[in-house]
Design a protein around this ligand. Structure first.
Ligand code: G3P
Ligand code: MG
Length: 250
C-alpha cells in the first residue's frame, strides 16, 4: 500500500538547484512539485540540519565533519555557491525551518534520516522525536498525505525511530534488496521499501507488492525507465530531473 504522492523532487529541487536548501524547495515548487525527499543529520549539539554529506567540502566550503559544528554555525554556512554564483548566500537549513517551509506550501515530505557513521541511534531518535513533536496535529488527524514518511539506510536509526515515534510511518532504504529484506521490514514495522531502481527487477517488484509494502525507487531521471518500473508496480519515485519528469508524470 502506498498512500502518498507518487513523484518526488529529490533533495528539494533535484539537479536544478542546490540540494537540500530552501532554494531547492522553491525550485521544486516552481516545477509544480508538492512532494519532496531530503536528508537530515545531526549537528554537534544534536540539532538536526538538512544535509547529505557528513563532511564539509562538497556542498559547503571548509573541512571537517558536520558534527564538528553546532547548528548555529552550520546555518551561517553557504550551501548554494558550490552549485552556481546565483545561489550564493543560500545557507544550510535547520530541519525545523525546512519542515515549516514545506508545511506552509503544502509539500509532502519523505525525510531521509542520514546519520553520520557512529551516530545512527542518536540521529534516528532525535529526528523521529522532533518530527513527532512537529506533526502532533496531523498525526491526530491520521491523514497520510499530511504526515511525513521517515526512511533510512540505517536499520539502527529506523529501530530508534520506531521506539521514539511508533506512530510515524517508516520505510526501509536499500541500495540492493538482499534476501533478508522482508525480515528487516517486518522487524522495523516498515510500510514501504525504498530501493535503487538500478538494481530492481520485475520479479523483485512483484515480491514487494505481493507482500503488501509500498515500493519507492530512487533516483529515476529517465522518463522511459520511469514508465518501465511503474509498469512493474513501483508506486513512487524521486527524481533529479524535475524538468523532464513532472509531478503529474504518468
Ligand atoms: O532517499 C532516496 C535517496 O535520496 C537515497 O540516496 O544518497 O541521494 O540520499 P541519497
Ligand atoms: Mg536522500
Amino acid at each position: 500500500m502506498w498512500n502518498y504522492p507518487n513523484f518526488l523532487a529529490h533533495r528539494g529541487g533535484g539537479k536544478l538547484a542546490p540540494e537540500n536548501t530552501i532554494a531547492g524547495l522553491r525550485c521544486g515548487l516552481a516545477h509544480g512539485f508538492r512532494a519532496v525527499e531530503f536528508d537530515v543529520m545531526l549537528a554537534r549539539d544534536g540539532v538536526p540540519v538538512v544535509m547529505h554529506d557528513p563532511y564539509l567540502g562538497r556542498t559547503i566550503a571548509g573541512s571537517g565533519n558536520v558534527f564538528d559544528y553546532d547548528a548555529a554555525e552550520l546555518v551561517t554556512m553557504d550551501a548554494g555557491n558550490w552549485f552556481s554564483a546565483q545561489y550564493k548566500g543560500e545557507t544550510v537549513p535547520l530541519f525545523t525551518q525546512f519542515v515549516q517551509f514545506c508545511k506552509d506550501h503544502g509539500i509532502w515530505m519523505n525525510i531521509e534520516i542520514k546519520p553520520a557513521p557512529g551516530f545512527e541511534e542518536e540521529t534516528g531518535k532525535a529526528v523521529a522525536s522532533l518530527t513527532r513533536a512537529l506533526f502532533g496535529l496531523e498525526i491526530a488527524q491520521d491523514d497520510p498525505r499530511q504526515i511525513p514518511l521517515l526512511s533510512s539506510f540505517s536499520s539502527v536509526a529506523l529501530a530508534a525511530a520506531l521506539k521514539a515515534a511508533p506512530d510515524l510511518p517508516r520505510a526501509l532504504l536499500l541500495d540492493r534488496m538482499g534476501e533478508e529484506w522482508q525480515t528487516q521490514a517486518r522487524e522495523l514495522e516498515a510500510v514501504a521499501i525504498h530501493t535503487n531502481h538500478k538494481h530492481l527487477n520485475e520479479a523483485l517488484a512483484h515480491q514487494v507488492k505481493e507482500a503488501g509494502y509500498g515500493l519507492f525507487c530512487y533516483t529515476v531521471n529517465d522518463p522511459a525507465r520511469a514508465r518501465e518500473i511503474l509498469a512493474w508496480g513501483v508506486d513512487a519515485f524521486c527524481t533529479d530531473r524535475i524538468d523532464l519528469i513532472g509531478p503529474d508524470f504518468a
